[in-house]
Design a protein around this ligand. Sequence first.
Ligand code: IP8
Length: 266
Amino acid sequence: MSAGLTVLKLGGSVITTKERALAPRLPTIKRLAKEISKANISPLILVHGGGSFGHPLAKRYKIKEGYRCKASQLLGFAETHEAMVSLDKLIVDALINEKIPAVAVSPSSFVMTKSGRIHSFPEEPLTKLLSMGFVPVLFGDAVFDLDRGFTILSGDQLITHLALRFKAERIIVGVDVDGLCTSNPKMNKEAKLLTHITLKELPTVLQQISEAKTTDVTGGMPSKVREIVPAVENGISVFLVNAAKPNRLYKALRKEPVKGTYIVKG
Ligand code: IP8
């Protein structure tokens, strides 16, 4: 299926289990690679989150806050990046196994941030990869920052940047819940799925979803959704789908009806 560019994010809690450090969900990663391959989408950029690979290390060494002239933090930065590279290898290997020409693109080697926000992002390599039919695979990463020395760049900031810069048609975010709900579905069984939500309705909903339980240095669902707002404002369709459930991502990629949340401009 060939259409406009799709930017797909696979959330860290889908591809890893957050109960233990450095614990990938290998059967899920393999299943998702199969679904992506079967959907046969082009062009496609894939971005994945950190889950139990990036976040615990980033937290331990306070990487997001920046360099405080501690040698241990330099090692912490190296370990955090290395953990993300190993998670990325599992994803890329699974995709290649399904005959997808996936190429790992490590944000820390070409993206610079300034106070945590993307500052420079040379686009030539990605433009070339996409024009040749490759599937670039990026990830939330420990990156170098003009003010802080280093920081953490979330996969969510990346997907919005990529979607705007490469004029994506849509963003699909694979999460481990059915979508945006009236409250946090992991804490409240009464939570109701919102299938469509406008930018005007978003602030009220985000207020209702507690951030308290997150172990992510980049914030929980509310911060992740807030990052995507500029893409929605620019007319890019955003769909949240439960990628932890078989076949949902496949259907979303194929534009078939499936449970999830559309975030629309208005
Ligand atoms: O899971 C953060 O990416 P995210 C990556 O998309 C690291 O927020 C290294 C913690």
